[in-house]
Structure formats: structure tokens, C-alpha cells
Design a protein around this ligand. Structure first.
Ligand code: ADP
Ligand code: ZN
Length: 563
């Protein structure tokens, strides 16, 4: 799909320069455009800031007819339309909370002989709940003026995605009614199960999938121990590295947002706070000031970010622990969308873990604006949900406590992506430390873990497997009689961190597979470990050995691994 020999290539390149002001294409943009313009259904996984919009806006501009874009948030849509109109591309939107007369006006234009719009944005309930729009689409289709359907934030279709929206599930109707109109589904959420779900729900056929690395080379990651002087540290960090530049500070609670903002103002920064407890008008005001650079720093809950298309965010600071690696990656992703170097700093303390855990159990964490109304519980969380949320949080903790592995590697593992730490080029704190490491042969441990997964019938999570391996006598372990297994406690000489690193490495090496078992309405996913026969055989038969890096200080205590 990367050739430059399509009939539209010249026009494509000319318009990319002239209308959008881009000198070249970013990775996969040309490929996606060629595939969708060839009439295929296309599924695109591209990280935040990767440039998804161009992949449908440019075809919309040069193809005859109108492109229908389904997008979840009106604020996001308005932002897009503003940019399109600035570039002289006729675009509009329909949403439920628009004046009736205004809606009529737009529908009338759709019915006119040569509809002037190139792009029409709608929120998903417009498709799910309104026959009127479907009738207009039919009429456009008959007149051959319907070019393409674009489903933005397509992971919202999936109950396994972290932002499930019921109205997205109704979008399958588009392919049913208009089987020959190509669909372009776009998302920045990466897991395989979500992708499968989306493809199925939308009814995509012979779908072409583009997926690229979720690594963001221009973001520099670090985790810093959080002390009582945290706010002084943040002030100093900004002054030394990003003075008068734009940034976001994610805080856990609304009160934290206000406290941090106030303190930064005292220190002379143009800071403001933003959270779900504010009036909508007040939030819109802050957003506007931020986009006009009247405010540099926003201290916010995760409610802030979705739909913020500011390319020059130079830093994202986490004042406390994010609740999952996926969330963390997405929040960091709001920095450096223009490709320039930007910092992602996380202030970590174990006491924040306890705090976040408590908030999760109370259902008191503010979700992204998407989720509110759908995914929020007001009562305390319980059972399964609590368990998976806690597991996500624990992974985040182990990310923070890991002072050995490349941060990029640790994040990308989570998305099932292999990453060679050498390519980090010291752009994360762990790679930068340049500590001395020893390579250790962990083949025996790895074999035993694979064996243990088999022994427990491939029905259990990684944390359970690790508990059994390290000899836990917890209720859960006893309930399944796993304390009677041959390998129960076989890894008791290993630290938890060490054993879990070997296990995670088995997953990244494809010897073990984390299979999604169940999700809850929070979108948290629980998984069980399965053995991947051929890869695991290489290991068990001795054809393959496994080496891992450890800081050399660990040497004395933990190297007695040879059984
Ligand atoms: P996404 O939706 O994938 O998060 P956007 O479509 O909002 O990303 O694009 C992010 C930024 O990158 C925008 O500011 C956009 O103008 C810019 N951009 C997109 N494609 C290119 C390109 N080919 N060259 C330069 N800048 C680009
Ligand atoms: Zn690194």
C-alpha cells in the first residue's frame, strides 16, 4: 500500500502540502489512505498524535461525495470542524443537542443536488436513534454522493475497550444498509481482543489492518520518588526544563487539582485547575484560555484530555499514581503531538497506591468524560471489578518500582508489542542510569513457570500463578488445592519482582499468552495464562535459553537460581 503509483497520488501529495501544510506523510498515513481509497474496509491502530485525522480528511477532500464521520464527543467534533473550516474544507456536524432549525438546515443541504459538504460529523446516537439521518444517507447513496464511513475512537464499540459506549454498538447498521461503502475504523487502543470485537460489531469484511508501534520516541519517561516536597520538585522541574511552556499535571482528586494549581500560581506559573466538579461553562472557559496559551499549565483529573488537540504540550506530570498502564500511556500521549521532545514525569509513592486502591474500591475515581454516565458506579465497587482494577493498578505499581527495565519496553509489553530496549537511546530514566547489569540465565525458572501454568489447567491469572510459584498459602491458593502441586513454592527463593519479570518475559517472548477472559463495565480486562505450544517447547526441550538483565547489586542474594 505504500507505492506512489495510485491514480490519486499526485493529487494526494499536492493537497497534503497545499491544504494541510504537511511536507510529508507520517508512518502509515499514505498506506491507510491508499487502502481506503481503493474501496477496502480498513482498521487503523495508531497512537494518539499519530495523525489519524488526515487519513480520512484528505480522502474526503479529493473524493467526490461526502464522508460521514462518527465521533464520540461534541467538543472533539467542534475542534475538528474549526480546523477544517480554517483550511477552507466545507464540513459540518449534527448532534442531538443542536437547535432543531439548525439541524433542518443541514439536512436540507444534504438533500440538495450537489451537497456542498465534504465531511459530516455525527455523534453515534444520531445513527442509533434517528431514522431521519439514515434516510438522508440513503438518498445520498442513491445519488452516489456517499463516499465513506469513518468511525473515530472505534474501540468504543467494544465492551473490552476502556471506553465502551452503547450507542457505538448500533453502528453495525451502516454496513448492513450500505455494504459497498468503505468503512475506516480508527483507534489508539491496542489490544487484539478489542480489535476483533470492533471488526465483528461493525461487520467489516476483508478488512485491512494497519497497526504501528505505540512507541513515542519523542516522549522522555521518568519515575521519581514522591516526597513531601513534591510540589517544590514540580515547580523546580518546570522552571528548569519547561519554563513558560505548556503542560498537564494529572492529579488524583479534585482537591489535589486545586491545591497543586494554587501552589504553582504562587510560584509564578500560569496555572489553572480542571475537574468534573466544575460548571460546564467554567470548564469551557479554562479550555479556551489553555488553547489560546493564556494558561500554560492545567492541573486536572483524567477528565481533561480527551479531545484536546494541542500539539505543543511539552510535559505531562503525574502528581500521583495512574490507575493502569493503558491509562498512563494514553495520558502521556497528550504530550508532544507535534513530534518535538517532551517530558513525562511520574511522581510515585507507595502510599499513593494505597490511596488509589481505596478510591477504586469506593468507586470514587474520576473517569474520562466518555465514560461518565455509562461506566461510573456511585456505590462501592465489589468482587470481580475490584479484582481486575486492582490487578491493573498493581501492574502500574510494578512499573514504578522497576528500576531496571526500559520504560518503553515496560509500556509496550502491555500492548503486546516487542521493543528492543537499545532503541530507547537513553530517553528513559532506567536506560539513562547506566547502571551495571549482570545477565542471568533464568531458563530453569522460565521452564517451571510454563510447567506450572500447565499444571493449573491454563485457567489462572499471572498474579495467581506467581503466588503459587512463590509458595503462597492464601485462601485462593488453598481453595484450588494449588498448595499440593509439585511446583508450589518452587520459586520461593526468588523475590516477587524477579519472578514476575521472568513471567512477563515469557509473555513477551510468546511462550505464554495472556488470554482475555472477562471484562467488566469499567472496561478492565482480566486474563488467564495459556501455554503457546511451539514456542514453549523450544524452551522446555532446551533449544532455547532465557537471559535477563539484573542490576549487579542483586547478584549476591538472588543468584542461587540453579536448581
Ligand atoms: P490523532 O487523531 O492520531 O491523535 P491528529 O490527527 O490529531 O492525531 O494529528 C496530530 C497532529 O499531527 C496534528 O497537529 C496534525 O496537524 C499533525 N499531523 C498529522 N499528519 C501530519 C503530517 N503528515 N505531517 C505533519 N504533521 C501532521
Ligand atoms: Zn529506555
Amino acid at each position: 500500500w505504500s507505492t506512489e503509483n495510485f491514480p490519486w497520488t499526485k493529487k494526494l501529495e499536492a493537497n497534503n502540502k497545499k491544504v494541510f501544510g504537511n511536507h510529508s506523510f507520517r508512518p502509515n498515513q499514505r498506506e491507510v489512505i491508499n487502502a481506503t481509497m481503493s474501496g477496502y474496509d480498513v482498521f487503523v491502530l495508531m497512537p494518539t498524535g499519530g495523525g489519524k485525522s488526515l487519513t480520512y480528511q484528505l480522502p474526503a477532500l479529493i473524493c467526490p461525495g461526502i464522508t460521514l464521520v462518527i465521533s464520540p464527543l461534541v467538543s472533539l467534533i467542534q475542534d475538528q470542524i474549526m480546523h477544517l473550516l480554517q483550511a477552507n474544507i466545507p464540513a459540518t456536524y449534527l448532534s442531538a443537542n443542536m437547535e432543531w432549525a439548525e439541524q433542518q438546515e443541514i439536512l436540507r443541504e444534504l438533500n440538495s443536488e450537489y451537497c456542498k459538504y465534504k465531511l459530516l460529523y455525527v455523534t453515534p446516537e444520531k445513527i442509533a436513534k434517528s431514522d431521519v439521518l439514515l434516510r438522508h444517507l440513503e438518498s445520498l447513496h442513491v445519488r452516489e454522493l456517499l463516499a465513506r464511513f469513518v468511525i473515530d475512537e472505534a474501540h468504543c464499540v467494544s465492551q473490552w475497550g476502556h471506553d465502551f459506549r452503547p450507542d457505538y454498538q448500533g453502528l453495525g447498521i451502516l454496513k448492513q444498509k450500505f455494504p459497498n461503502i468503505p468503512v475506516l475504523a480508527l483507534t489508539a487502543t491496542a489490544t487484539a481482543s478489542v480489535k476483533e470485537d470492533v471488526v465483528q460489531a461493525l461487520g467489516l469484511v476483508n478488512c485491512i489492518v494497519f497497526r504501528q508501534s505505540f512507541n513515542r520516541p519523542n516522549l522522555w519517561y521518568s519515575v521519581i520518588p514522591k516526597t513531601k516536597k513534591c510540589l517544590d520538585d514540580i515547580d523546580k522541574f518546570i522552571k528548569e526544563n519547561h519554563y513558560d511552556e505548556c503542560g498537564i499535571i494529572y492529579c488524583l482528586s479534585r482537591m489535589d487539582c486545586e491545591k497543586v494549581a494554587e501552589r504553582l500560581q504562587e510560584c509564578g506559573h500560569k496555572a489553572a485547575f480542571y475537574h468534573g466538579n466544575m460548571e460546564a461553562t467554567q470548564r469551557a472557559f479554562i479550555q479556551k484560555q489553555w488553547s489560546k496559551d493564556e494558561i500554560n499549565i492545567i492541573c486536572a483529573t483524567v477528565a481533561f484530555g480527551m479531545g484536546i488537540n494541542k500539539p505543543d504540550v511539552r510535559f505531562v506530570i503525574h502528581h500521583s499514581l495512574p490507575k493502569s498502564i493503558e491509562g498512563y500511556h494514553q495520558e502521556c500521549g497528550r504530550a508532544g503531538r507535534d513530534g518535538q521532545r517532551s517530558s513525562c514525569v511520574l511522581y510515585y509513592s507507595y502510599s499513593d497506591y494505597v490511596r488509589v486502591k481505596h478510591m477504586i474500591s469506593q468507586g470514587g475515581i474520576e473517569q474520562s468524560p466518555f465514560s461518565s454516565g455509562y461506566n461510573r458506579t456511585t456505590s462501592a465497587n465489589s468482587g470481580r471489578i475490584l479484582e481486575t482494577n486492582t490487578e491493573n493498578l498493581l501492574r502500574m505499581v510494578s512499573y514504578c518500582e522497576n528500576d531496571v527495565d526500559c520504560r518503553r519496553f515496560l509500556q509496550l509489553v502491555h500492548f503486546g508489542e516487542k521493543f528492543d530496549s537499545a532503541t530507547c537511546r537513553k530517553t528513559c530514566d532506567n536506560c539513562l542510569k547506566n547502571k551495571s547489569f549482570i545477565e542471568k540465565d533464568v531458563t530453569e525458572t522460565a521452564k517451571q513457570l510454563v510447567e506450572l501454568v500447565k499444571l493449573t489447567g491454563q485457567q489462572f491469572s499471572s498474579s495467581h500463578t506467581l503466588e503459587v510459584y512463590r509458595g503462597s498459602l492464601s485462601q485462593q491458593v488453598k481453595k484450588h488445592r494449588h498448595d499440593t502441586l509439585r511446583l508450589h513454592g518452587a520459586g520461593k527463593h526468588l523475590s516477587k519482582g524477579e519472578a514476575s519479570r521472568v513471567l512477563h518475559h515469557l509473555v513477551t517472548e510468546d511462550c505464554l499468552v495472556e488470554e482475555v477472559k472477562k471484562s467488566d463495565f469499567y472496561g478492565s480486562v482480566s486474563s488467564v495464562l495459556k501455554v503457546n505450544g511451539s514456542k514453549a517447547n523450544d524452551l522446555c526441550s532446551g533449544r532455547k535459553t532465557m537471559l535477563l538483565r539484573f542490576p549487579s547489586s542483586v547478584k549476591a542474594s538472588k543468584q542461587s537460581n540453579s536448581e
